[in-house]
Design a protein around this ligand. Structure first.
Ligand code: KIV
Length: 263
């Protein structure tokens, strides 16, 4: 079992697609760790586990707690923890202080932050201070309130130049890889060809160097969430619901606990 590092991950570009998923808890991390290259403790945890309607309310304390839990279940994969909204936008110094906290308190291998050319100084400050950074461009969920919603990027070819510049700027600043979220396949492919580091797509087509999904989405914990980009590989919602119904029936009919479950 060889531990994934940022440099090993980079060497996969052009070799084979990179496999990534999210985790927020120890048991899910243990299931993923054997199979994926990278586990992301995404700030999507706020929407998936805590019931918020965006990632904006997620705090550093929440990311620290979930990051540490996932670390306890992760031995092999590269472990990346998201920097939450407001924890890095003020200044490179604020970003360093909070990224250091995440690295030291969770034991993660790297942090991820959203943003393009506007964040090059911050990315450079973190990486030159020993903190590996994963970037995130395209649709930026933490900016949903200024963007006026979750909108696919790159439909208007005039905006391609800006996204391409963002990608090149964060590569230059030192990110070891970056997420491209919610762009047209054409734009993501163009960006992936223009940079020498891995691009990890979500809702951005097959032209990226790897793919990531939110695990709870791809196992159908949310039957009503059916965006085009998502493929559901299992039906956890139905499985859990059936177990709950069977248990309820057994308790009410006194079939559970049986003599085999009793002392
Ligand atoms: O928060 C998250 O889960 C993410 C992925 C969707 C890339 O940033």
């Amino acid at each position: 079992m060889k531990k994934m590092t940022t440099t090993r991950l980079q060497s996969l570009k052009g070799d084979r697609p990179i496999v990534c998923l999210t985790a927020y808890t120890t048991p899910i991390a243990k299931v993923l760790d054997e199979h994926v290259d990278l586990i992301l403790v995404g700030d999507s945890v706020g929407m998936v586990l805590h019931g918020f309607d965006s990632t904006v309310p997620v705090t550093l304390d929440m990311m620290t707690m979930h990051g540490a839990a996932v670390r306890r279940g992760t031995k092999k994969s590269l472990l990346v923890v998201d920097m939450p909204f407001g924890s890095y936008q003020e200044s490179p110094m604020q970003a360093y202080r909070n990224a250091k906290h995440l690295m030291q308190e969770t034991g993660c291998d790297a942090v991820k932050l959203e943003g393009g050319a506007d964040f090059t100084e911050t990315i450079y400050h973190l990486t030159s201070g020993g903190i590996p950074v994963m970037g995130h461009i395209g649709l930026l969920p933490q900016s949903v309130n200024v963007d006026g919603g979750y909108k696919i990027k790159g439909r208007d070819s005039k905006t391609h130049k800006k996204h391409l510049e963002d990608a090149k700027a964060i590569e230059q600043a030192g990110v070891f890889a970056f997420v491209i979220e919610g762009t047209t396949e054409k734009l993501a492919t163009k960006i992936s060809k223009a940079v020498s580091i891995p691009t990890i797509g979500i809702g951005s087509g097959v032209g990226c160097d790897g793919q990531i999904l939110v695990t709870d989405d791809m196992i159908n914990m949310f039957p009503d969430f059916t965006p085009t980009f998502l493929k559901k590989y299992a039906d956890a919602h139905d499985l859990i619901e059936k177990a709950v119904k069977d248990y309820t029936k057994d308790v009410k009919s006194k079939k559970f606990p049986g003599s085999e479950n009793s002392f």
